[in-house]
Design a protein around this ligand. Sequence first.
Ligand code: IMP
Length: 401
Amino acid sequence: MRNLTIVGAQFGDEGKGKIIDYLSSYFDIGVRFNGGENAGHTVVNSGKQVKFHLIPASFFGVKTLVLANGVVLNLEKLYSEIRELSTISKFPDLFISKLAHIVTPAHFKRDSLLEGVRGKSQIGTTLKGIGPAYESKYGRYGIRIIDLLQDDVYEKFNLLSQIYNIQISKEEIEKIIGIAREFSGNLIDTADFLLENIERGKKILFEAAQGTFIDIEFGTYPYVTSSHTISGGVTVGTGLPPKYIEKVMGVAKSYITRVGEGYFPTEIFGNEAEELRKLGWEYGATTGRPRRVGYFDIPMLRKSAKLNGFDYIALTKVDVLGKFKKIKVAISYEVNGSEVKEYDPLLKVDKVNYEEFKPWDDNPNNLEKFIDFIESEIKIPIPIVGNGEDRDKIIVREKIY
Ligand code: IMP
């Protein structure tokens, strides 16, 4: 296997950062293909937390990083993240797609404005201008990095400003253009670059931001993000044909969390929820918001495995769940008097059927039973298990590299 795509199997925040970081040293190139600074991938290195928002979480292991065309970039944030990370470690070579769209202050304002208009039915976005940036892109009035280096760039800002009826000041525009000029030596055709590198035998790790059920197509619409978070997102998000995707790994947390609005069947509330939230420190890496929490959901993972074509599953935060007094796993739902074994964002679930497991804090055999049960239900191997914050807290059940 040369190329691997890692995606979130649930609603995001599954702990992809840790798994990507663990596997990164087996790859030459790390690629982000969707989303923007709404992502927050955390890696804990010798007790020190490093958060990646735009830079791929494969930072510590690969020699080359790529931000592909499917990503939307707040250039100011990118600049400051690079500066910050450069103080921690030698920065890998960074290449950015010429075609990547940018996020401007007008997109930030529009994000807040749209959430305000929605009122009670707001999405609960990260307010980082992500939805509006994709809206501009698909509306065909977006601005790509390459556009920032052309003479007619002011006309593009003007059009955006007119459509949104939001002022973008000359200073704001000049700042963005100034940063784009600094990145002009990093701009490439990422589709060509990746293809050439694959032909030269280089190994590529593609990492998705967010999770399967906040995918713009297959998530709990409209409570979703605006990009393709599933494995298929690699092809449109990089320009590489599907045959190069190869293997896909889904990262699933051993319980469910969600930030923002939108129903999920196994959600728990009250003191029980508070206990799990505190145990797992479930607060948004980008926004600091408390995450909603619930029990692990096999029907959800089953659907996720189908949408993404998982070859492997990495299970995370079992150390947290092992300390929880009540360990339950959803095995099916009751819907209109019938048993349903596969999640669908459109389902109205009447009741969730659970299986209970014994805590494993002082009995590792109970953890093996829990993992074996999930494996046998999903019929996909779980070679890697995250068992603690630090990067060496990994249980390798089967070596895949
Ligand atoms: P947006 O991506 O900021 O437009 O937010 C849309 C929805 O996706 C909201 O419910 C966010 O909380 C959620 N979301 C966006 N990025 C992430 C992430 O990295 N992890 C988890 N949820 C996210």
